[in-house]
Ligand binder design. Structure first.
Ligand SMILES: [Zn+2]
Length: 149
């Protein structure tokens, strides 16, 4: 049974990310055919942190984008007045592990728009309900959620 509210460091399914979403294959580089296959999520119900001021946080695989849209609707229903917030999606910087699913555009780091860490446990539960293939309450700054390729 999936938890409705995660505790810190909890993951679902309770296995490695590689087991749940498949192994890392290769980082997607800007300007390549693989990059051209990513979609740009323009959902107005999502707040994008866009730390890099590039719009890169909107870039993701179509499979991930579908789950993100589903989650955004659930967040609106669960927390009236708030939105889903994405702090990271696809990224080609070196801040992530060299095998991070962010480099493949199939992982997001998420919070609610009020950036209240007390809501992260329930946000992780909503991500499971939204159909993400692996959800991890990574730390008190965000939940990490990823999908199969
Ligand atoms: Zn992450």
């Amino acid at each position: 049974m999936a938890p409705k509210v995660f505790t810190p460091r909890q993951k679902f399914p309770d296995e490695s990310e590689a087991a749940a979403v498949g192994p890392f294959q290769a980082a997607i580089k800007r300007g390549t055919p693989e990059f051209a296959k990513l979609v740009k999520n323009e959902n107005p119900d999502i707040v994008f942190k866009d730390e890099e001021h590039t719009g890169d946080d909107r870039m993701m695989t179509s499979r991930l984008s579908a789950r993100v849209d589903d989650l955004a609707a659930r967040v609106k229903r669960e927390f009236p007045g708030l939105k889903l917030r994405i702090t990271e999606a696809w990224d080609d910087s070196t801040i992530h592990a060299p095998t991070s699913r962010h480099l493949e555009g199939r992982a997001v780091d998420i919070t609610t728009s009020d950036v209240d860490h007390h809501k992260l446990g329930r946000l992780a539960g909503l991500a499971v309900e939204a159909g993400f293939d692996w959800v991890f309450f990574e730390n008190d700054l965000h939940v990490h959620a990823s999908v199969k390729k």
